[in-house]
Design a protein around this ligand. Structure first.
Ligand SMILES: [Zn+2]
Length: 399
């Protein structure tokens, strides 16, 4: 059998960062054979400058919003940002498709091999059916009131059906193996889901991987603690004049996490304003109730919207499993995990690069339950081989 051999300044295997003396060996199709010392690897080694890493995992994106690139200016603050997304997202269907095509290609070329992708619509189904990326589709429910909960859920179930039908048998790779995409229903955020809607989503997502935007702004807590605050501005756009949610006197995560008890893996996305006591509450609740929590960081999006970074060190101190996401083109300059790594190392200078690379690869693969194939250079896996330059400006898939 013909082998491919790669080395670079550094080689990250999904767990550890090695120096230039290690060689990655794969078969022609990119299936991992071994990592050997240069002295044992023989000839025919391709040499690169930069870091070789397994394919990158983007745990939070909204591919369907790619047409909002450069539409909403940076640093508006979350509430203004959300009002803009809601009022400005309507574009010509042709433009929406063109921008989805471009964004999917950008992610594939820059080394992203799997995406946890939020969508309120099935606009991305066509592009995904031809994509070489693995998709965990999160069909995102918006449902402000209990009265409309059932009708709403039926609508989003039809979106799930379209995605499932379109993606089910697509993408045979060279060996004829069908990639395993997945689709689940998920709640958008504590400030857009009524109690009954939460209950229905919990029933419909037994043992699935789901996600929720969490504590991205302090007003989310105000809403549940007092029934007031800045979110009322967003609700007005939907013709709602007062908070439709129960006033619990508690933070938003303490108010909504108890709706879940069905074996789910839940991605908590953003956590920019999540205090340590809530992190500890959430971990305790999850342990008691059979949930797995994953903390997803979208640092460039936080910088774009609020010019603020999440409490990364505190999350690490509390042993929270961390993964990375780009969020959408409405709130990022690019859809590129290497640039997220760059941003994190710039803002948290004492963090070892090895740790951030783990979040971008093996942690993401485990969180999406695709670590049987993705996330590390372990024999038999086919995780993709990606080259990143050492300043994290440019990344590309080389196999
Ligand atoms: Zn998002």
């Amino acid at each position: 059998m013909a082998y491919k051999k790669f080395k670079a300044d550094q080689l990250f295997d999904g767990y550890h960062l090695h120096d230039h003396d290690k060689v990655l060996i794969t078969d022609e199709a990119g299936r991992i054979e071994n990592i050997l010392a240069v002295s044992e690897a023989g000839d025919g080694i391709q040499s690169f400058s930069g870091i070789l890493t397994p394919g990158l995992i983007n745990c939070h994106c909204h591919l369907e919003l790619s047409h909002l690139k450069d539409v909403i200016p940076p640093h508006t603050g979350l509430i203004e940002f959300l009002c803009s997304v809601v009022t400005k997202r309507g574009f010509d269907a042709e433009v929406i498709q063109q921008e989805i095509i471009k964004a999917e290609k950008e992610m594939y070329d820059n080394g992203i091999v799997a995406v946890g992708d939020i969508g309120n619509t099935a606009d991305t189904a066509e592009v995904k059916s031809k994509s070489k990326i693995r998709w965990q589709n999160f069909v995102e429910v918006l449902g402000f009131t209990d009265e409309k909960a059932e009708e709403n859920i039926e609508h989003y179930k039809s979106v799930v059906n379209i995605l499932e039908q379109k993606l089910q048998t697509s993408n045979p790779d060279k060996s004829g193996q069908v990639l395993k995409h997945r689709t689940s229903l998920v709640p958008h955020a504590p400030y857009s889901i009524s109690p009954k809607t939460f209950k229905l989503i919990n029933q419909l997502t037994k043992d699935q991987v789901i996600s929720i935007h969490n504590q991205e702004h302090p007003a989310e807590d105000d809403l549940y603690k007092t029934g007031g605050g800045e979110y009322l501005r967003l609700f007005k756009i939907f013709g709602i004049n007062e908070s439709p949610f129960p006033v619990t006197g508690l933070s938003s995560i303490r108010s909504v996490l108890p709706h879940f008890n069905n074996g789910q893996t839940i991605f908590l996305v953003h956590n920019t304003f999540m205090p340590e006591e809530d992190v500890q509450f959430a971990k305790k609740y999850a342990n008691k109730n059979g949930l797995t929590l994953i903390w997803c960081l979208c640092v460039n999006a936080n910088l774009y919207i609020e010019n603020k970074v999440p409490p990364v060190e505190m999350l690490m101190t509390n042993d929270c499993p961390l993964v990375l996401g780009t969020d959408s083109y409405s709130s990022n300059w690019q859809l590129n995990i290497a640039k997220e790594i760059q941003s994190i190392s710039k803002h948290f200078t004492s963090l070892p690069l090895e740790t951030i690379l783990q979040w971008a690869t093996i942690n993401g693969a485990k969180a999406l339950k695709w670590d049987d194939v993705l996330g590390s250079f372990e024999k038999g896996k086919k995780p993709g081989v990606v080259l990143i330059d050492r300043s994290f400006e440019v990344s590309k898939k080389i196999l």
